[in-house]
Design a protein around this ligand. Structure first.
Ligand SMILES: O=c1ccn([C@@H]2O[C@H](COP(=O)(O)OP(=O)(O)O[C@H]3O[C@H](CO)[C@@H](O)[C@H](O)[C@H]3O)[C@@H](O)[C@H]2O)c(=O)[nH]1
Ligand SMILES: [Mn+2]
Length: 683
């Protein structure tokens, strides 16, 4: 309820913004970050589309720079980008000339493939040319990816940096792919490829580490006061969204109101009625909006505009405040403190100072900036500094986004939720059973890491500026839910197996209490879906998926954190594979593999099935004494319905034998224990 209480919706008026500023040149510069990590799981053609859509946004190009972080250090990604910018030289003017609405070519061409004759012939000719060029481009890139090599004639000295390189053991690579030398409004924004240094013995902190490197590299190169970031699986869907964001960054009296502007994550290619529960529509339209009036929505990791100063850890009340003392003079102590905080790179310190004085702008010539960029992208740069803790993206949680939000709220900042129509960004959600569960596991683990970590919301409420209700919102920790929920799922089976009650006997009037609680709770959930214009089916699918996630992904998230706390293993950020959607007619069927994550739900299903089978004769005799327990059990079985179907289906749509056997053995063991310990049971 707390998370739904303070709903606020902001309406933005980009046209008024332009009237208020004297000229467009008053708009703040924006550094755009794209992260990619694995050229095989994240096809470069997706990253290319992300980048093309960013290069083509409606915003003066001389105010933009696009930084692509490649944690895979893949020559394929680099090659794809170099090819893409050639295409961009024609794509961007085409979009701007014709006011194209979706500027990621793959989406644009798939939406306009049945192009009608109402367009002028001039447009049609250009459209056809752009489309065939794009088809060529994607063919070249995909061929390079499937042959795992860059086509020979393209290899030049630029590729030398990638040769004979391990993707986990290499120096930093920074390459300027496009430099908008004239700083012309109509040109292309700068495009810079960054692959940070990686060494096997150095923890790289996954995405949070990549974001910190991007922050520093961009600081020494363009140092825009605003940073926006998207994942490589997300593209700009509404080209005016930069102006929307600026309304909320420039429109408040105090900067404190908008440390960052978050756009909802909306996914493309979602299946009808969301069978995997990964469209997160209610989360983004109800929950994030529902905390908007407390301290604001959390940062969702992508589709967000940050003030650079907040990333550096500047506190909110008075952005000069505490920091001035370090910046004041050139006396030794202050310099030492600065180096302690931000590291030793002079160019970086200078750029931070200019952010502090609100005098952001280009810092160095690109040639010398690239040198500094290599230094700040080094894996040892952060040693003995505040990076990853008080400065930058915080390390220690696989949901680095929540952790950063927590840090900002704790220092008194607020955030703003921006929900324009059409949605500003569209992303891609995991497309199969195992991937969905893995993502949920990572998120659940991340939330719990947050809770037990140094920046715990409870601590931050007591000692810092995190508001109590914002703290409550952080306390909905998925990874703790499996503990009660698994017991609740076992309980009806246990009752049926041992002929004991945990519910009032039917038809005593008191049964109305649990029944009405159950009905009210679910009806409330359903109404929320109706209010969001979602179907009843979608509510059912999503609530069913929540039970499956809980018994599987969230439970393992809990184990992951427990093992981490015991020092037995560390949590790995598994990148979600992003496959290009084909029109697979079976796409809505749940898929399985032999991952242990499938064991708990299968076991729960088996237990309840056995319970129902055992009670069936009694029901047939007209003995409804245990009706409530039967209903509970049936509810559990219907929640795990995709697993029931998995028992009979074949191939990737079927539960593998190994899972069936292991779960069967666990269920039998449980039944055996019941039999031994509960005398007078049915069995
Ligand atoms: O070592 C890594 C691992 C991941 N990534 C990037 O992180 C992004 C998100 O990864 P993805 O596999 O797509 O995870 P999702 O679960 O889809 O991501 C959601 O959840 C993450 C936190 O768990 C957030 O960071 C994301 O913004 C949010 O979209 C992608 O761009 C990756 O390339 C890196 O740059 N380096
Ligand atoms: Mn993703």
């Amino acid at each position: 309820m707390n998370q739904r209480w303070s709903m606020v919706q902001y309406r933005t008026y980009p046209n008024k913004l332009l009237k208020r500023l004297k000229t467009e040149s008053e708009l703040p510069a924006v550094d755009m970050f794209v992260t990619t990590a694995d050229a095989l799981k994240e096809p470069p053609i997706l990253t290319v589309n992300t980048v093309l859509s960013l290069l083509a946004v409606d915003y003066p190009a001389n105010k933009l720079a696009c930084y692509v972080s490649d944690d895979g250090a893949s020559p394929l990604t680099f090659y794809a980008l170099t090819e893409a910018v050639e295409y961009a030289k024609r794509w961007v003017p085409f979009c701007k000339k014709h006011g194209v609405s979706v500027r990621a070519p793959f989406m644009y061409f798939s939406q306009t493939s049945h192009i009608c004759n109402s367009f002028s012939s001039e447009f049609l000719t250009e459209w056809k040319k752009m489309k065939s060029e794009y088809d060529e481009l994607s063919k070249r890139i995909n061929e390079a990816v499937s042959s795992k090599s860059v086509p020979y004639p393209n290899i030049n000295e630029e590729f030398a940096a990638f040769s004979r390189m391990e993707n986990r053991d290499h120096p930093s690579i920074v390459k300027v792919i496009v430099e908008n030398r004239e700083r012309s409004i109509g040109g292309l924004p700068h495009v810079i490829y960054v692959s940070r240094e990686k060494r096997p013995k150095h923890p790289h902190h996954y995405k949070a580490g990549a974001m910190n490197v991007l922050t520093r590299v961009s600081a020494v190169m363009t140092n825009a006061p605003i940073i926006m970031n998207v994942d490589c699986d997300m593209f700009v869907n509404n080209p005016t969204c930069f102006y929307e964001a600026m309304c909320l960054l420039l429109g408040f009296k105090s900067e404190r109101e908008s440390a960052f502007v978050q756009f909802p994550q909306v996914f493309y290619g979602g299946l009808k009625d969301d069978p995997f529960g990964n469209q997160l529509k209610v989360l983004f339209s109800v929950v994030l909006a529902g905390i908007s009036a407390i301290q604001g929505p959390c940062y969702a990791g992508t589709g967000c505009f940050h003030r650079r100063k907040t990333i550096y850890g500047f506190p909110a009340e008075d952005s000069k405040g505490n920091f001035l003392e370090f910046f004041n003079g050139s006396n030794e102590a202050n310099m030492e403190e600065l180096i302690n905080r931000f590291g030793h790179c002079k160019e970086l310190l200078r750029s931070i100072l200019s952010i502090h004085l609100n005098k952001a702008g280009d810092t160095l010539s690109f040639e010398s900036a690239v040198e500094a960029a290599h230094i700040v992208a080094g894996c040892k740069y952060e040693n003995n500094t505040y990076w990853g803790d008080q400065v930058g993206w915080v390390y220690g949680s696989s949901t680095e986004d929540l952790l950063l939000s927590l840090k900002l709220f704790s220092t008194g900042w607020r955030s703003v939720y921006c929900t324009p129509q059409p949605p500003a960004f569209l992303g891609c959600a995991p497309s199969s059973g195992p991937e969905t569960l893995l993502q949920q596991r990572r998120w659940a683990a991340g939330q719990l890491e947050l809770f037990v970590g140094r920046h715990s919301p409870l601590l931050s409420t007591i000692t810092k500026k995190l508001e109590i209700r914002q703290c409550l919102a952080f306390l909905s920790i998925w990874a703790l839910r499996p503990i009660p929920e698994i017991f609740y799922s076992i309980l009806p089976a246990l009752s049926l197996l041992t002929n004991t009650h945990f519910m009032p006997k039917f038809p005593e009037p008191i049964v109305l209490i649990p029944i009405s609680l159950f009905v009210l709770f679910n009806f409330f959930g359903l109404m929320e879906y109706w209010r969001c214009n979602l179907s009843t089916r979608e509510w059912w699918n999503n609530q069913r998926m929540a039970r499956i996630n809980c018994a599987s992904g969230w439970l393992f998230g809990f184990f992951d954190v427990t093992l981490k706390l015991l020092g037995l293993s560390d949590i790995v950020f598994f990148v979600t594979p992003k496959d290009e959607r084909d029109n697979d007619p079976n796409a809505d069927k749940f898929t399985f593999n032999s991952d242990v994550m499938f064991i708990p739900p299968t076991t729960l299903l088996f237990l309840n099935l056995v319970g129902l089978v055992i009670i069936a004769p009694k029901l047939a005799r007209g003995d409804f004494n245990m009706l409530l327990e039967v209903l509970c059990s049936a509810w559990v079985v219907s929640c795990f319905n995709p697993f029931l179907k998995g028992l009979v289906r074949k191939g990737r749509y079927g539960l593998p034998w190994s899972i069936i056997c292991k779960s069967g053995a666990l269920a039998l063991m449980f039944i055996y224990i019941c039999k031994v310990h509960v005398q007078g049971g049915l069995i």
